[in-house]
Design a protein around this ligand. Sequence first.
Ligand code: DGY
Length: 327
Amino acid sequence: MSKPHILVARDIFPEVIEQLAPHFEVHANQDDTLWSQAELIERLQGKDGALLTGTQPINAELLAACPRLRIAANMTVGYNNFDVAAMTAAGVQGTNTPDVLTETTADFGFALLMATARRMAEAEHYLRAGLWKSWRYDMFAGSEVHGSTLGILGMGRIGQGIARRGAHGFGMNVIYHNRSRLSPALEAECQARYVSKDELLAQADHLVLVLPYTRESHHAIGAAELARMKPTATLVNIARGGIVDDAALAAALKDGRIAAAGLDVFEGEPGVHPGLLAVPNVVLTPHIASATVPTRLAMARLAADNLIAFFDGRGALTPVNQPVHRS
Ligand code: DGY
């Protein structure tokens, strides 16, 4: 029996290509060419499945042009590149990679919070520029982390990981807002108190965004929300670009309406709003919250395992939709 044909849309770990090889005819993009949508459609012709890195849109246009495609496996937990309704209607399975990146991403969220609150990037640039001439009592004085109020918007697995770090590691008072409230047992474990979004904005000293990007969460933090935050507060986004209105944030940072921000994700990335590049009180990183070698390997392996299980007839391991089975 001939093997299914799989497209691997970006360069990934060679050991994952080896993992796929016994099961599939693998068409890998190890040159890491960045394809346009039209080029992706062209490469997907005759392919039964695809391993994606979360940046390739799987939308109605692509699905109509690639009728053989049966599964799109993201090596990311976020799947806002999927038009889930269109995929379900077209009978295409979508999968993501939850759990394997939770603790690593929570580590990074906390690192970005610390770097932002304690002005580490700004201070490092100052030192490298040769500007450090003497010690001063107020040089790069930042805001307190331990004992402060940590606000979390979006309390899924990563949000809970950040809450545990804040509460247990830094003695923070943790408040959160989420579409649904956690069970009392989980709230107790995270030492987190549920509040309204308004209360979250008003009370947080450090606000971390960890919610999925959807139509509803688009610009969940815009000018109005920033205006409700404390002028001493910091904002950290490790979720997705588009959740924050980057133009409004750049203006708020410039005018000192909040103290600082730490951003790992951006609207229209890899582009970054010029207003964010122009202000010193923001720490900017290029979407690396899950980037450790063991975690990225686990993510790629889980995406590959999803493809293998699906074509073995066992069903996807971490599905994001339930398409009607196609014969
Ligand atoms: C994810 O897994 O969603 C991370 O943001 C990497 O894209």
